[in-house]
Design a protein around this ligand. Structure first.
Ligand SMILES: [Mn+2]
Length: 332
């Protein structure tokens, strides 16, 4: 199992995070090769010693952990495999950590796999594209059967012998196909790799823009359809943008549901772009009399025709009035 860098988000994780990582790796009986990346570089504090310590003290299982602290080959005997690792020593490493690979001699009979972390030229990594550059010709230059890359969070093929697996779990709303591992099979030295992407994500991150077109019920049903998909709601992260015009009754129904969705979902972010258009129905619903009714009618007129700023204030005032009336009626 090769992990191409950034196993940890920072070089100083809490003890519990380190223990969880060791525990999560332990069910796999084969060797783990972990590469220090820009978030967890080889020489930034005692992180890797701490992880090795945690791995040795696991009560449940024996963990075969190989941390690639130096740019040198790591031999995996059972698989006739040699890993050429290019760890980052520091967050911004001015030295090309992959440079040594081209000068290292291929050992006969072993499949030769490179492991590196950074952005391929002309291609942004996680915001550090001027550092940690990797030459896309590295597989040819270093005579690699395969080059496993990390840093980019999506799954992406760079060439027939070079891929980013992406993160096994998505960690943002960007839809660049995160949430996979790659199973790479290489029959013998020199053979072309067979690459299979295997979905591993437990959480789904969904960005959705919904346009309200006169029917709050229809909009609510569309969100409910997302929530009742194959991923359980408590593993869904939803970034919801609402647009269009809505009457106050409709808005009240939608807002009540938003609170419910927030409780059910793993995470909900709402960009409320709905514009209030109070309807006659809204005004009747208010069931106001006398001065209050006159005020509401004036606000409705302002909401419809006033200057931009006035009409926004009027819409807000009407919405408050509506919600207040509702609350008074509900509590008797
Ligand atoms: Mn990175």
């Amino acid at each position: 199992m090769l992990v191409a860098g950034d196993c940890f988000d920072s070089p100083f994780p809490e003890e519990g995070t380190i223990l969880k990582a060791a525990d999560a790796m332990s069910p796999f009986g084969g060797p783990w090769v972990l590469l220090p990346g820009n978030h967890d570089p080889a020489e930034a504090g005692p992180l890797w010693d701490r992880l090795e310590h945690a791995a040795r003290n696991l009560a449940t299982a024996k963990l075969d952990l190989r941390i690639a602290r130096k740019g040198e080959p790591i031999r995996i005997d059972d698989a006739s495999l040699e890993i050429l690792a290019a760890p980052l020593r520091h967050r911004h490493d001015p030295v090309d950590p992959t440079a040594w690979m081209a000068t290292s001699e291929r050992r006969p009979g072993l499949v030769r796999v490179g492991l590196a972390h950074g952005s391929v030229q002309g291609f942004g990594g996680d915001g550090e594209s001027t550092f940690n550059r990797i030459d896309p010709r590295l597989p040819e230059m270093a005579d690699l059967d395969y080059l496993a890359l990390g840093d980019w969070h999506g799954t992406l093929g760079i060439g027939r012998r070079c891929w980013y697996s992406g993160t096994p779990e998505p960690d943002r709303f960007r839809s660049n196909e995160p949430g996979h591992v790659l199973v790479v099979e290489i029959d013998e030295p020199g053979a072309l790799p067979r690459i299979e992407r295997v979905p591993t994500a437990e959480c789904r991150w969904i960005e959705e823009t919904l346009e309200h077109s006169g029917d709050a019920g229809a909009l609510i049903a569309r969100v409910e359809a997302i929530l009742s998909g194959s991923t359980p709601a408590d593993r869904l992260l939803l970034d919801l943008t609402l647009a269009g015009e809505v009457d106050i009754g409709g808005r009240a129904r939608i807002e009540a549901r938003i609170e419910e969705w927030r409780a059910r979902l793993c995470h909900l972010r709402v960009h409320d772009g709905l514009i209030d258009r109070p309807s006659d129905e809204d005004l009747r619903e208010l069931r106001l009399e006398g001065v209050a009714q006159a005020a509401a009618s004036r606000l409705a007129a302002m909401a419809g025709n006033g200057e931009e700023e006035d009409s926004e204030i009027a819409r807000l005032a009407l919405r408050r009035l509506y919600l207040m009336q509702h609350r008074i009626r509900e509590t008797g």
